[in-house]
Design a protein around this ligand. Structure first.
Ligand code: NAD
Length: 436
């Protein structure tokens, strides 16, 4: 039986929602609840972030600072690092990081720390939802015992569920409210209550039979992406040997109106999710005596791409009777993907460090990333100009930010290695542009 009072508070948007972790995932979610009329508290251990949020400075591109300010003024959103607020909360959603440890095993210490805080402050009639991407079994094997140890009766006075976050930062077409929410509860009552909550802010909620199904659904999505990117990357290596354009072949294949989804090659994988999440599943399967072969192969291929890019730059220079040692390389973009300033796991950093190791002089332009650290040394971004493009021995496109004028790059730069097909369609001189 679900607590009628809690149902009512959720339906009337009177429930107090606390979202633990105010990063790329937690802040947009908190803001969406606040926009719907809930009173929302963002809880974060990062004091600087809490301070910034409370004066209306957003930490993610998906939340405009003006929107945050309006919600602060309306008293519908506030941030804190004091977990005591969880005692007053009807709903607690956990959106903390799930990175890999040094040995590439899952590090769920942030999830455990956040869940311990919530369990310690548990009071009857609370809904607790984990959104962080994690290995199958986390909600049942790790979170459930924490709450049971505090005498919570899960499915009776405590409702525990997993619902993976699927946000794609900067995606203008699909924001929190447009992306269907998958929900799996420890009991049917947990699932129904979590589903009711999300129906207040998203159009489609998909209920599944257990938290494990929901945890696996998210991992399958990311493994699917990782494997298909690896396939496109390996395909690029094959096309090069056969002397054809990878892009032309993939675009031709993509004209098939069914049964095909185009993925394109790139300099490697980056960000918080795709290079990390498949390892969560592979680790769990290893514990179950099974090697996740596709995951390992995809990882191997994707991680070899930075070396391949270095090889392409070396070859391109060689064809101009230049060597890498002493060459001036100008990189365009260092973020892991278009339109963001996020350099976590960005292959660009690895590529630039290797080029510098081999004696190349490195400069970079990236309107979203003012500086980077390469092997402990800080490098500042330059304002891109025609003179820079003309003076570089090789312009290396690593992120296809929408801010660069790629036609101009091809017009001015003597030599271009384009790992993102950003210059596709712009006329180039023979041997001037190498594309993946
Ligand atoms: N970024 C994405 O595009 C994306 C998309 C889907 C899912 N995810 C998943 O969502 C989860 C969160 O990712 P993110 O990108 O928002 O991370 P993030 O690093 O942007 O933000 C996490 C926030 O949690 C805070 N935090 C860490 N430990 C805490 C604790 N114990 N208590 C309170 N706050 C704590 C950090 O200070 C930080 O502000 C991860 O599991 C990630 O895999 C991320």
């Amino acid at each position: 039986m679900i607590d009628a009072h809690l149902i009512e508070r959720i339906q009337d948007h009177r429930a107090h929602v606390s979202v633990i972790g105010q990063g790329y995932v937690g802040l947009p979610l908190a803001v969406e609840f606040a926009r719907a009329g809930f009173t929302v508290t963002g809880v974060d251990v990062d004091l600087d972030r809490v301070g910034a949020l409370n004066v209306g400075r957003s930490s993610t591109p998906d939340v405009a600072s003006e929107d945050l300010t309006a919600l602060l003024h309306a008293g519908r959103y506030g941030a804190t690092s004091d977990f005591a607020v969880l005692e007053e909360s009807d709903v607690v959603v956990i959106c903390v990081p799930t990175p890999l440890g040094k040995s590439k095993d899952p590090d769920i210490s942030f999830v455990v720390a956040a869940a311990e805080q919530a369990a310690r402050r548990f009071r009857p009639a609370q809904l607790v939802i984990l959104e962080s991407t994690t290995y199958p079994g986390t909600t049942e094997e790790v979170l459930l015992p924490l709450f049971e140890a505090r005498r919570a009766q899960v499915g009776v006075n405590c409702f525990l569920a997993f619902s993976p976050e699927r946000i794609d930062p900067t995606n203008q077409n699909f924001k929190v409210r447009d992306i269907p929410k998958v929900v799996g509860g420890i009991t049917p009552a947990c699932r129904r209550l979590a589903s009711l909550l999300y129906r207040q802010i998203v159009a489609t909620v998909v209920e599944v039979s257990s938290p494990k199904v929901a945890e696996l659904a998210k991992l399958y999505e990311n493994v699917f992406r990782n494997v298909n990117i690896a396939l496109a990357n390996e395909f690029a290596l094959m096309c090069r040997r056969l002397g054809v354009s990878t892009r032309e072949v993939i675009d031709a294949a993509a004209t098939k109106p069914f049964g095909f989804l185009p993925f394109y090659p790139g300099p490697g994988i980056g960000g918080h999710c795709i290079p990390v999440d498949p390892n969560y599943l592979a680790w769990k399967m290893r514990l179950n005596g099974y090697e996740a072969r596709f995951i390992h192969l995809a990882d191997q291929i994707n991680r070899a791409m930075p070396d391949y890019v270095v090889e392409l730059v070396t070859q391109a220079l060689n064809e101009q009777r230049r060597c890498l040692n002493g060459a001036k390389i100008l990189a365009l973009g260092v973020a892991y993907k278009r339109g963001v300033g996020d350099t976590r796991e960005s292959p660009a950093l690895e590529i630039l460090a290797r080029l510098r190791d081999k004696g190349a002089g490195i400069a970079y332009a990236d309107p979203y990333v003012p500086s980077i650290i390469l092997d402990g040394v800080q490098l500042k971004a330059i304002e891109l100009s025609d003179q820079d493009l003309a003076a570089a021995d090789c312009v290396l496109i690593l992120t296809d930010h929408p801010d660069f004028d790629y036609r101009r790059v091809v017009e001015v730069a003597p030599l271009v290695v384009d790992t993102r097909n950003a210059t596709w369609g712009y006329p180039a001189r023979a041997g001037q542009v190498t594309r993946l």
